[in-house]
Design a protein around this ligand. Structure first.
Ligand SMILES: [Zn+2]
Length: 527
């Protein structure tokens, strides 16, 4: 009897409880849809992981309605160059990225990726992360696996093995091939060999993206090579983190952009990405020691540094690198970002470390200190040697998209490059609002639709009914980066709501408990 009564009581409740039409409505935002169309005012409704409707006034009931009062509503940003595997396992929420509105991270840049791709993506999937995650396969890693770090062309048999690995990586879900021809062992790779591998990635729908061989005295030649690899490999090609390193070479972006324009005019699908800072970051060894000194890996480098004649040769070249290239002409322009053998060095510059070793601050002694750092185990470095004019010229070029080249820092640990915390907010705050270099809609396109198109992500990157609900809500009047080289651990401001696959990952200054990120698979994926 009691059970019957209960059932009778419940029936009308069930009948009247119509499920709401939508899970979430963002009301009254300025829609910046990613396509460079001017913003317009509309409501945006989400059901499940999908944008269900965008219309001037959506009145159907929703589980939740958020009033935006004119805030900007943009597609979640897609970062096509990240080193997110540094840190994502410790910080699966990737707060530094989500808080800027970044909803998709692309790993495997600069010729370096974990292998096999499937095993790595499985680990990421099991991690439950906040942003989406995707991969490129790295040419350097593939070459290392097959040949080690040797300075010679591949044999036919080695070539076949490398092609098989790239093919498998594409089947595993990679979006294309990256190279780091500046780094060992990419620098030992003849152009023809890269073309052959790129052709494999291209035949499976992938792109090619390169940290070029040389961003200083060999910049023009390197751009030519990057274009040629796309042209001869028959696939889209991208100059990644395009910059001009070394004051001596500043201004060269006039020529490099002209080359990209020319290539595009004759039908080569060449594009660019860039981070908005005048300093780069990589290891002290890669940046300040000549490449030949690093052949064969760390043990070989150490052996060369022990031999007095070879050491003198390395030092002489390192002096030139500090003077004309990455060193920015002054040891104070090089600072240590992280250092395992002595974490206290993080934040110190090369001049201070040289002094700390009881040496006068000269270019020669700075080179001596750089070699010493490598001998002790190596450090990461930040190198202030990029010109603002080149940066701005590259940023406003229509073939340029925005990408951080960052990682997922553990908040407060080490002195990382601020680009991990600030890239996207910096473009929106400094270059759009303050310097008025480009319209807001254009900047958003460079962060969303453009990288999505480049990757072939046809269901993201634009705000349109039926596409995935990856969304960044921000205030164009206040959005800004706060991370600096002196104080890098500082989140961006002005982004108030971030949605990934329809779920809120960040709201009102707080990360939520949702971990809605997914692994995204490339065009040749075979489940
Ligand atoms: Zn790079």
């Amino acid at each position: 009897m009691r059970r019957l009564l209960l059932a009778l009581l419940l029936v009308p409740v069930c009948l009247s409880a119509q499920p709401p039409a939508y899970d979430l409505i963002l009301r009254g935002g300025r829609i910046i849809d990613g396509t460079v169309s001017p913003w317009y005012t509309a409501d945006l409704a989400i059901r499940g992981d999908t944008i269900a409707r965008i219309a001037p006034a959506i009145t159907a009931p929703a589980t939740r309605v958020v009033n935006l009062n004119g805030l900007a509503v943009a597609p979640g940003f897609i970062d096509i160059h990240t080193h997110a595997r540094r840190g994502i396992f410790e910080v699966p929420t990737a707060d530094n990225y989500i808080r800027q509105g970044v909803t998709t991270l692309i790993e495997g840049p600069d010729g370096s990726s974990p292998l096999p791709v499937k095993a790595f993506l499985d680990k990421i999937a099991a991690l439950r992360i906040s942003p989406n995650f995707a991969m490129l396969v790295g040419q350097g890693t593939v070459r290392s696996e097959v040949m080690g770090e040797v300075d010679r062309p591949a044999t036919r048999a080695e070539m076949d093995r490398m092609k098989a690995i790239v093919t498998q990586a594409m089947y595993d879900g990679a979006f294309g091939l990256s190279s780091g021809l500046f780094y060992v062992p990419g620098n030992f790779t003849p152009t023809e060999e890269v073309i052959e591998l790129a052709r494999v990635a291209g035949s499976l729908g992938g792109i090619y993206k390169s940290h070029m061989r040389n961003e200083a005295d060999g910049l023009i030649e390197s751009v030519r090579e990057t274009i040629a690899i796309g042209e001869k490999g028959g696939l889209p090609t991208q100059i990644t983190h395009h910059k001009v390193v070394g004051k001596k070479y500043w201004g060269a972006s006039v020529e490099t952009l002209r080359m990209v324009d020319e290539a595009r005019a004759r039908g080569v699908d060449a594009t660019i990405d860039q981070y908005p800072y005048t300093a780069s970051a990589t290891s002290i060894a890669a940046a300040l020691l000549p490449q030949w000194a690093q052949e064969g890996g760390r043990e070989s480098t150490l052996a060369r540094l022990k031999d007095p004649a070879t050491r003198a040769k390395i030092k002489a070249e390192s002096v030139v690198i500090i003077r004309d290239v990455r060193g920015g002409g002054d040891p104070r322009n090089v600072s240590v970002s992280a250092c395992q053998f002595n974490p206290k060095l993080a934040g110190q510059n090369l001049a201070q470390i040289t002094e700390g070793r009881g040496l006068a601050v000269t270019l020669e002694n700075a080179a001596e200190t750089a070699m010493w750092i490598v001998e002790q185990g190596g450090c990461g470095g930040i190198f202030h040697a990029i010109g603002e004019q080149d940066l701005e010229r590259i940023l406003v070029h229509p073939a340029t998209m925005v990408a951080s080249d960052g990682e997922v820092p553990v908040f407060g640990r080490n002195m990382p490059h601020p680009r991990s915390y600030g890239t996207f907010a910096r473009v929106l705050g400094l270059y759009v609002r303050e310097k008025k270099l480009l319209p807001l809609e254009t900047a958003v396109q460079k962060m969303s639709a453009f990288p999505a198109q480049r990757l072939g992500l046809s269901d993201r990157g634009v705000l349109r009914q039926g596409l995935k609900a990856d969304i960044a809500v921000f205030d164009p009047a206040t959005v800004r980066d706060t991370a600096t080289f002196e104080k890098p651990h500082s989140y961006a401001e002005g982004v108030s709501l971030v949605i990934v696959n329809g779920q809120i990952a960040f709201e009102n200054g707080q990360m939520t408990s949702a971990r809605p990120g997914r692994v995204l698979h490339g065009p040749a994926h075979r489940p």
